[in-house]
Design a protein around this ligand. Structure first.
Ligand code: HEC
Length: 206
């Protein structure tokens, strides 16, 4: 009996759905029912059409002389994409020569933009992990040590998985500076005892 009721109910539902869908595309003189109109229709002026709003009688003013369109000077080069030009392959080594100034800038930018999650040492133990930010990448993992510089650039620009995009916050030059500093952090844990300056080697903990 129960099954029979179910079949009846199911058929009724099917018919209802077909009736409603069948109405789609019908021509009607009445305006369609809009559940969320989303500001589809509004009072507005199209840019630079006739209107008595500006001295020239246009709805908006003409761009100031010398205005540069956003993205007009963007170049599809390694510096901007982290990729080898004309391919989708990431560059292995950063196009920016490493200097003490670059590293200092990278350290500062890293500590501002990355350390809250990745930690001051890049080990993925930043302050946000105490407040629920889970599974933050550890830069001392062999996978990230081996990762091409260009791929890290891409991750900063667009984000990855749970990590948001930092492209809008960190300008191109600073992204490469951060990468140089990130490599220095990695190197610091890969150094051999012989590489430590002789005068402080004795103070190293065994
Ligand atoms: C709000 C927290 C947060 C900030 C800030 C942040 N990250 Fe991340 N990052 C993450 C998380 C979480 C992951 C792991 C993403 C995943 O695998 O889902 C990650 C992953 C990564 C990875 C590894 C990507 C991969 O392919 O596995 C790199 C490299 C990285 N971040 C670099 C950076 C750099 C450089 C900065 C600073 C510009 C930065 N992150 C800032 C949270 C953050």
């Amino acid at each position: 009996m129960r099954f029979f009721h179910f079949i009846i109910g199911f058929l009724a539902l099917c018919i209802l759905v077909f009736l409603v869908l069948g109405k789609q595309g019908d021509i009607s003189r009445k305006p369609p029912i809009e559940i969320f109109p989303d500001m589809d229709r509004q009072l507005k002026l199209r840019p630079q059409t006739d209107a008595n709003l500006s001295p020239m009688g246009l709805s908006s003013r003409l761009p100031v002389e010398g205005t540069v369109a956003r993205g007009a000077h963007y170049q599809d080069n390694t510096m901007n994409t982290g990729k080898i030009v004309g391919t989708t392959n990431f560059v292995e080594i950063s196009p920016v020569p490493v200097s003490a100034t670059l590293l200092a800038r990278g350290q500062e930018r890293f500590q501002i933009s990355c350390s809250p999650c990745h930690g001051m040492q890049g080990d993925g133990k930043g302050i946000t992990t105490k407040y629920g930010m889970g599974a933050v990448a550890n830069f001392h993992d062999i996978r990230i040590i081996k990762m091409p510089d260009g791929e890290i650039f891409n991750t900063i620009t667009y984000g990855k998985g749970l990590m948001g995009a930092y492209g809008p916050n960190v300008v191109t030059e600073d992204r490469w500076a951060i990468i140089a500093y990130l490599r220095a952090l990695q190197r610091s844990r890969l150094a051999l005892p012989e590489e430590v300056p002789a005068n402080i080697r004795a103070s190293l903990k065994k």
